[in-house]
Write a protein that binds this ligand. Structure first.
Ligand code: C2E
Ligand code: CA
Ligand code: CA
Length: 683
């Protein structure tokens, strides 16, 4: 009901407007060519002269005025009509000429139409159209002019001086003023210069242009031609809006050059833009510095609190570094817990040290993660350019080396790059490649040091200790190469070589009636190997060893992370028959209380305690007593004097190792020791 009421009122209002129009436009009734007034808002013709009845193929004005033109209007026509509305809103005095092909009752009629805005009252603007049948237009022309009206490509014609001659609806839809000249349209002065260059016939460019929506990117082609009306030279310009493409491209570029977690520039960015900054400074004769920051013990946070907490920490550190960022700093994240700062310029050593102290202070402020207060400290390395290099990659390598040096010498500190550092790094690289070929060439030999029962002073076991039988240097002690093996990953292979030797020795001696326990050192890094346990068991199986007579020496650091995977490996090893000993006990965290949580059977008291027996007496006593409580047996290392042995005896320490009894020795010498023992026993 209500619906009907409103539509009746609507029709009534239209009829009133139509009456008003016919009153005003009476004079035009008699015109020969078709004239009509179109209501853009309601898609209705509100007034028409007699000639236009023919164009619209209508029998009567009543019929024509009641036609609902919007009913089956195509999308592109309706978009075009909206464009006209926008054109009128921009400039009500403008007049436009276009060739239209209309389909009043399905049959095409082509007209040359001149149209403009016609205002009836304050809020009603109509389209006043004056047509003339275009008899000259051939099919080709008609189609191209239709295309011009419908295409989303912006087409415009400018005089050589830059005055607008024509814009198709798409071009009109974005132009901010109907009278905008070519100079108002394009932003790039270089492009405008080209448009003034008489030698240019065609210009292609991706350029920014002024539009009603602000400055956007267009892909343009400008072609020199002649204006069909005046015959004068003109620019025909076609443009496609590529802002979206450009935005996607910029976003992709941002992603490629920034770290998604902290939003800081990443390594890609550094290699391009830091280098540019460095080059610029060098060209100006300035010095600067590259600061490499690595967080200490970040892995512990990740391991103990999880990766989310680790991420949160990184974001916090990034924000703190950003808070330091001044015009003379650029910050990037290289990945993991590594950050890079470019300082521009280098003023003085004091200036630099103040910056680094700032970094240390800011990063070391405790942060609450999952309700726990965590403190991370940075280790910082500095490379100064041009002294330490001019290329970003070289400077990064040098700052990185300095950072490692800072870490090695105590963390939470900074260090400068020096020639010595790079020489040391170089010799380490040489060492690693030598070690690699030593492994291939079988230059490693396993020595054995007797483990002796304190009360009977007889051999009950042996520790397998690796030696490098170097072709020119002779026997090299492991202190000179274990770290390099660990850092290069070679430890995995080396560890297995020693383990295999130990298995074979254990079996051989057992077959000779000496069923002694052999202990083998496992590096903490070997526990990162996924297949460690399977690999060890394979070696045992292949060489018919007895895991029950093999002890694996680990350091406390292996237990510290409370890493599930590592603990599982330990349990599997124990379940397979191996025994686990804690090596160098007393030098690390030495928390006896937690030891009972792990499947451990032996503690090896570090040599340093045995060495400084007098002062360390109470500690040794305590360790032995606690170990007894937890059912662990204790081995003292590095026993060199009878007095030391005497004291261990008094403390009820079960076993010892040391030069007092014997130095580590090769397989056959150890074999002789076992035979001597037999002889002694027989005597
Ligand atoms: P460690 O496991 O603590 O081994 C004991 C070290 O103390 C051995 O040094 C041994 O020769 C030395 N030592 C034994 N008795 C005495 C003594 O009475 N006085 C003195 N001053 N020293 C004594 P070595 O053989 O040079 O090994 C050094 C370190 O290298 C070992 O310390 C161990 O951490 C590592 N290492 C040796 N072999 C291997 C291996 O196969 N794998 C791994 N991962 N590390 C190994
Ligand atoms: Ca050991
Ligand atoms: Ca030890």
């Amino acid at each position: 009901m209500e619906q009907d009421q409103t539509s009746i009122e609507f029709e009534k209002a239209l009829a009133e407007e139509a009456a008003e129009l016919s009153l005003r436009l009476r004079e035009l009734e008699r015109l020969q060519h078709p004239v009509w007034v179109y209501d853009l808002d309601n898609a209705r013709i509100l007034w028409s002269n007699d000639s236009s009845l023919q164009v619209w193929q209508s029998d009567s004005k009543e019929e024509l005025l009641s036609r609902k033109m919007g009913t089956d209007m195509s999308v592109s026509v309706s978009r075009r009509l909206n464009q006209y509305k926008a054109d009128f809103a921009k400039d009500e005095s403008a007049q436009y000429t276009e060739i239209w092909t209309m389909y009043p009752v399905g049959e095409p009629v082509t007209l040359n139409v001149v149209f403009s805005a016609y205002r009836l009252n304050a809020d009603r603007v109509f389209m006043f159209c004056e047509g003339s049948i275009d008899k000259t237009a051939d099919a080709e022309n008609l189609r191209s002019s239709e295309a011009l009206l419908h295409t989303s490509v912006h087409i415009s014609l400018f005089s050589i001086a830059g005055d607008p001659l024509y814009r198709n609806p798409a071009a009109r839809s974005v132009v901010s003023g109907a009278n905008n000249k070519i100079q108002d349209h394009f932003v790039d002065p270089d492009l405008l210069n080209q448009l003034e260059d008489p030698a240019k016939d065609e210009i292609q460019a991706i350029t920014s242009v002024n539009t009603v929506n602000g400055v956007v990117w267009h892909d343009i082609t400008a072609r020199r031609c002649h204006d069909a009306v005046s015959g004068e030279a003109a620019w025909l310009i076609s443009e496609v809006d590529i802002s979206k493409l450009k935005a996607t491209e910029e976003h992709a570029q941002f992603l490629a050059e920034h770290d998604t977690l902290t939003k800081l520039p990443n390594r890609n960015y550094v290699s391009i833009y830091f280098q540019q900054q460095i080059d610029k400074m060098l060209a100006e004769g300035k010095a600067g510095g590259l600061i490499f920051i690595d967080l200490d013990n970040f892995k512990n946070v990740n391991d103990s609190l999880g990766h989310d907490a680790g991420d949160q920490l990184l974001v916090e550190v990034a924000d703190r570094l950003r808070s330091l960022e001044k015009s003379q700093y650029s910050i990037a994240r290289l990945g993991g817990d590594e950050f890079l700062l470019l300082i521009n310029p280098y003023e003085s050593e004091q200036h630099f040290e103040a910056i680094m102290q700032n970094i240390i202070d800011v990063v070391s402020v405790p942060i609450v993660l999952q309700g726990r207060e965590v403190q991370v400290t940075p280790s910082i390395g500095v490379a100064v350019f041009p002294n330490d290099g001019t290329h970003i990659l070289e400077l990064m390598r040098h700052a990185d080396l300095a950072m490692y040096h800072a870490k090695e010498t105590g963390k939470n500190d900074f260090a400068y790059f020096s020639k010595e550092l790079s020489e040391a790094a170089e010799s380490k690289m040489t060492l690693v490649s030598e070690l690699r070929s030593a492994l291939k060439g079988g230059q490693f030999e396993t020595f054995y040091q007797p483990r002796v029962d304190v009360s009977s002073n007889s051999i009950v076991g042996a520790e397998a200790l690796v030696r490098w039988n170097h072709p020119t240097k002779g026997m090299v002690s492991p202190d000179g190469f274990i770290t390099a093996c660990e850092e290069s990953g070679l430890i995995s292979e080396l560890g297995k070589v020693v383990f295999k030797d130990a298995i074979i020795a254990q079996r051989t001696w057992a077959e000779q009636g000496h069923d002694i326990r052999i202990s083998v050192n496992l590096s903490p890094l070997q526990f990162n190997e996924e297949h460690l346990v399977d690999d060890l068991l394979d070696i045992v199986a292949e060489h018919h060893g007895n895991p029950n007579r093999i002890e694996l020496e680990i350091t406390e650091s292996v237990l510290l992370g409370h890493d599930r995977c590592i603990i599982d490996k330990l349990h599997r090893l124990v379940a397979s028959g191996f025994e686990i000993a804690i090596d160098d006990f007393g030098t690390g965290y030495s928390n006896l209380a937690y030891l009972h949580r792990y499947p451990i059977s032996c503690l090896k008291i570090d040599r340093s305690f045995v060495n400084s027996m007098d002062s360390a007496k109470p500690i040794i006593e305590l360790i032995v007593a606690m170990a007894k409580l937890f059912g662990l047996y204790v081995v003292a290392e590095g026993v060199e004097t009878p007095e030391q042995l005497e004291m261990l005896h008094n403390f009820y320490c079960q076993e010892y190792q040391g030069y007092l009894f014997h130095k580590p020795t090769d397989f056959s010498s150890f074999n002789s020791l076992l035979i001597q023992k037999d002889i002694k026993n027989a005597a």
